[in-house]
Design a protein around this ligand. Structure first.
Ligand SMILES: CC(=O)SCCNC(=O)CCNC(=O)[C@H](O)C(C)(C)COP(=O)(O)OP(=O)(O)OC[C@H]1O[C@@H](n2cnc3c(N)ncnc32)[C@H](O)[C@@H]1OP(=O)(O)O
Length: 395
């Protein structure tokens, strides 16, 4: 088996192989936004696996910016389009592609990689840890009274096709301070590539403006048979979020509102007069994070609490084992190798899980994945983020 990087000439066979892996017909662009996903692909960042002159596996990466705790923007390689032909599964094709791809990313100086998984059991073995979650909330309009006072802001409803620039501007401002958020390249907005709202598929967009007329939030939605479904609500602050939620809940001809992709511990449910009126469902994994260079990754993020901790980190996929002393002072960390006794012994995938502050180290100790040598209070305080990380970009 040979693994090699791709060029633009590989696009057709890449698309065909990936679609065969998924059991779907290759999509061609259409007026409703179908097939546009491929228009954003960057073939100079792909890999293919070949046996006997035949392409049997695919993978690609996007150059994203990931927001780390402390509103730090860091480069992160977003892996996607991973597929292996059904005839070649469980023969190590993905493993070989991952080894090649992670090695190439490291050589090019990347220190973080991220992905969304089709199945939660695949990527932990390659050192990716589950870092963010998403939830769906359904509110019956008849029981949707708020306890929270909502400031009536100026809301304008636009068609998706009219709203590209304003959506891009609002999203870009939001993602710079939200831990776990990914950049959305301008090219994607311009193409309407990907899933809603970066798609040409019909959507209404409620745009909220502040007292000066500056756009500071949006909700993209469709109304179908009494159910108003919001793909994403992006808001400069919680008051704007509340105004957009109220707009949806007060819409005529609506019996229920489905908020897709509500962040973990979001106050929306507590805004309701009756907590039980906002049940969540569809809790699922979202962003997986892989640290490719532990000291660089740990010193890149911002830290809320001063202190020091010794981490014994095992990276079985890359065959590495290091012990680090992490020292945080004034929000900045230093990370050096040490022989001191560790506070935590953990797999690099578990370091990926706690890196953005979405899961406390003590939770992974309780789950039996991380070993604590003493109290976990210090580790929990250190790894905390200013708010739970959240990502709603789909790629
Ligand atoms: C980021 C993204 O793009 S997500 C998209 C992922 N792609 C898909 O879901 C498309 C359909 N599936 C596929 O194409 C393939 O089955 C893949 C890519 C998931 C796996 O490719 P394979 O070449 O079969 O994987 P490979 O043989 O290297 O397996 C490595 C290990 O992962 C395990 N594994 C592979 N797929 C899965 C899975 N879906 N669930 C759980 N474990 C899995 C294997 O059992 C193996 O375990 P082992 O090391 O203990 O023996």
């Amino acid at each position: 088996m040979q693994i090699r990087s791709t060029t633009a000439q590989d696009l057709d066979v890449f698309v065909r192989t990936f679609h065969t892996a998924l059991g779907r017909f290759p999509e061609t662009p259409d007026a409703n936004g179908g097939g546009l996903w491929w228009s954003a692909i960057e073939m100079d960042r792909g890999v293919v696996a070949e046996t006997a002159g035949r392409t049997v596996g695919t993978a690609i990466s996007y150059p994203f910016e990931l927001t780390l705790p402390g509103a730090v923007l860091a480069p992160a390689a977003g892996i996607t389009a991973v597929g292996v032909l059904p005839t070649h599964r469980r023969q190590g094709v993905l493993t070989a592609m991952m080894r090649y791809q992670l090695g190439a990313l490291r050589e090019s100086g990347e220190f973080l990689s991220v992905l969304l998984a089709t199945e939660g059991g695949i990527y932990g073995r390659f050192g990716y840890g589950l870092a963010t979650f998403t939830h769906r909330m359904t509110v019956q309009r008849a029981h949707s009274a708020f306890r929270t006072q909502v400031q009536a802001g100026a809301i304008e409803v636009l068609l998706r096709s009219e709203a590209t620039e304003v959506l891009e501007e609002i999203y870009d401002r939001y993602r710079r301070t939200q831990p776990g958020a990914l950049s959305r390249p301008h090219r994607w907005w311009a193409l309407g590539a990907g899933m809603p709202p970066v798609a040409r598929a019909p959507r209404f967009v409620a745009v909220h403006r502040d007292a000066h007329g500056v756009p500071d939030g949006y909700a993209t939605y469709v109304l179908d048979g009494g159910t108003l479904t919001i793909d994403e609500t992006i808001a400069a602050d919680d008051a704007v979020f509340a105004a957009l939620a109220r707009f949806a809940l007060d819409h005529d001809l609506v019996t229920e509102v489905v908020f897709k992709h509500v962040p973990t511990a979001h106050p929306l449910r507590l805004m309701l007069a009756d907590f039980n009126a906002g049940p969540t469902s569809g809790d699922m994994d979202w962003l997986w994070v892989r640290l490719l260079d532990v000291p660089r990754a740990l010193t890149a993020r911002g830290w809320l609490t001063d202190g020091e901790i010794v981490l014994d980190v095992d990276d079985p996929f890359l065959g590495e084992h290091h012990r680090y002393l992490l020292t945080v002072a004034d929000g900045k960390a230093e990370c050096v190798e040490t022989t001191r006794a560790p506070d935590l012994s953990l797999d690099v995938r578990d370091l990926g899980s706690i890196y953005l502050g979405g899961t406390a180290p003590s939770t992974l100790v309780r789950a039996g994945h991380v070993q604590a040598h003493g109290s976990t209070a210090k580790a929990d305080a250190l790894f905390r983020a200013e708010r739970p990380p959240h990502c709603l970009h789909w790629f």
